[in-house]
Design a protein around this ligand. Sequence first.
Ligand code: C5P
Length: 411
Amino acid sequence: MLSYEAMKPTKWLLGITGGIAAYKTPELVRLLTKQGKQVRVVLSKGGSAFVAPLSLQAVSGHPVYSELLDTDFEAAMGHIELARWADGILIAPLSANRLAALALGMADDLLTTLCLATKAPIWVAPAMNQQMWHHPATQQHIATLKARNIHILGPAFGEQACKEVGLGRMLEPEDIVSQLFAYPKPLQGRNILITAGPTWEAIDPVRFISNRSSGKMGFALAQAATRLGANVVLISGPVTLPTPQGVKRLDVVSAKEMYAAVMQQVENMDVFISAAAVADFYVKEAASQKIKKDMQADFWQLTLAQNPDILAQVAAREKRPFCVGFAAETENIQANAKQKLQQKNVDLIAVNDVSRKDIGFDVDMNALTVFSPEATYHIPKDSKYHVSLKLLEIISEQVCKKYNYESLINV
Ligand code: C5P
């Protein structure tokens, strides 16, 4: 499966090795650039027999690198610096010869040296004669790359330059780019219910009790779950956010309205993510008319009563979805989270550290610690959208484990 890794790199190193398909690489550079990526090209000796460096320089807007021990290149950037600059490496086409060098960890040209010197994720699009592709040596090298988390794109089936027909053609540039930036859809066809935002608990027709939730995390989750193929129903408290594309949104105001809406929707849900900051209390006997300010009174008293715990009630249902809760903690994160897992009988608890100003409430970034009864996961600080993708990956994995599904797809 391709990972979400490809979405993030903005600085791509394109390695081109010897193969007739190298003539298609200026188009590949153009398509990567169209995606808003910066591209630097490394052309192997074999590659330069099939495509002119000048063409690649023109489309990438940068000089093409070829030699490992080139004094001009080393003076300008240097191979280690180039390896550090890249946050994604794509090698297309990858010849049988350079595949073997890569698998063996050789550093006998600039490209293989960069692959050893980089921390960036690597994708390769092999291209070779179909006999060569099927050779056990080649297949063994491919298995080695896969074990090293190098992503293999293709090869495609078809007529080859040598007139043989079979597997071994490089994927077309459009297919490489669409595979590179395509999302896997592990939640295809799954129904996910998400709550978001605060609730407003009326004191009178113009005043209410609420909290600082902006709804950004729940909305990012809805957007990310849709992107991963899920059918998403988002029940939102009062927020000022636009509805993510493809999401069915129901607006509510109070915790009781949210409870009613959740119970109405929960029946056929596979996953329930309770990201809303539901007010714990409502005002008993809220006034039906605006309460007048009494100039004589120093104190006002409101009687508060407990709202239903929506998450706990969903988790207590006989036929229940996989339940994920959120918790905002400032101390004893692990102990409090574990207690909440048990008390509410939920499958996962995602904890925000709200003592940090740079993440959590009302900002665009977040970091989470996620607890299941058996494991703990850390999702580092990132945009709420990317944090959501990671959390949904964990949820998919856990749902498969819990229900013994091989995959969420085609369940
Ligand atoms: O108990 P606490 O409020 O810390 O739990 C937080 C989790 O419980 C969140 O997932 C929140 O959406 C959910 N919750 C709820 N109904 C409430 C209070 C909290 O669903 N009344």
